[in-house]
Ligand binder design. Structure first.
Ligand SMILES: [Fe+2]
Length: 232
């Protein structure tokens, strides 16, 4: 059994815990105005147990976000992987460039995620009382959808850097009009995000086996049997 399996099993014992639906933590406004269209998905910028930070040149413009996150998460920064997602894309009400639906980033993990956007702010659900979710991704997503739609809902000012742990219920907003939108997410995790399609940092080039994506919302970390499928 891997340490990840152990962690997941431990988490399952807390399935009736009413801990979900907390608010994100604001780190304040970071005034960036990205112009270059791009799609970087979970690009590793730091490996585990390392201080070496490697930002590809196109992502250097997000250094103020990276530095703010590094300061906020100083106590765990060195011992975790760090990933940067950066999307500057033409979005429409029908194509938001984000997966739809209520969810919690890093559900059933102790990952931290920091999000930032310059249009159509992320929608958060802050129920009057915290709720429990079944510790199983497909089941929990249905529960999140039900709870999330009930609200109450909240957004934060554009360009606010927000810290989300696995208890923060949110979804991409309903876009009112078409336009360019930049979305940036920095993720801190104990795990290698090894799904096919994730950005590869050629300055780090970790020796990972990559696993296929499923049609549904994917956990960031592939299951071992998914990896076996890819390798066979
Ligand atoms: Fe999310």
């Amino acid at each position: 059994m891997t340490s990840q399996d152990t962690m997941m099993n431990d988490k399952r014992t807390t399935s009736d815990a009413r801990i979900y639906g907390t608010a994100p933590i604001s780190l304040g406004v970071v005034d960036l105005s990205p112009k270059e269209m791009m799609f970087w998905l979970y690009c590793p910028i730091k490996l585990i147990n390392s201080d070496e930070l490697v930002l590809p040149p196109n992502l250097m413009q997000f250094s103020p976000i990276v530095e703010a996150c590094m300061e906020d998460a100083a106590d765990i920064w060195r011992e975790r992987y760090v990933y940067l997602t950066a999307k500057t894309l033409w979005c429409t009400p029908d194509n938001t460039a984000q997966r739809p639906g209520w969810h919690c980033d890093g559900f059933m993990t102790d990952d931290l995620n920091y999000v930032w956007c310059d249009q159509e702010p992320t929608l958060f659900c802050l129920p009057e009382q915290l709720v429990a979710f079944t510790q199983d991704h497909p089941v929990a997503l249905k529960e999140m959808e039900f709870i999330g739609e009930q609200g109450p809902h909240m957004t934060y000012p554009l360009k606010t850097l927000l810290r989300l742990d696995d208890k923060v219920l949110h979804r991409v907003n309903d876009f009112s009009k078409a336009g360019i939108r930049s979305f940036v997410k920095l993720s801190i995790s104990r795990n290698a995000f090894n799904l096919v399609g994730n950005a590869i940092n050629h300055g780090l080039a970790p020796d990972w086996h990559y696993a296929n994506r499923s049609a549904e919302r994917n956990p960031e970390v592939a299951r071992l049997n998914d990896i076996a499928e890819v390798q066979s």
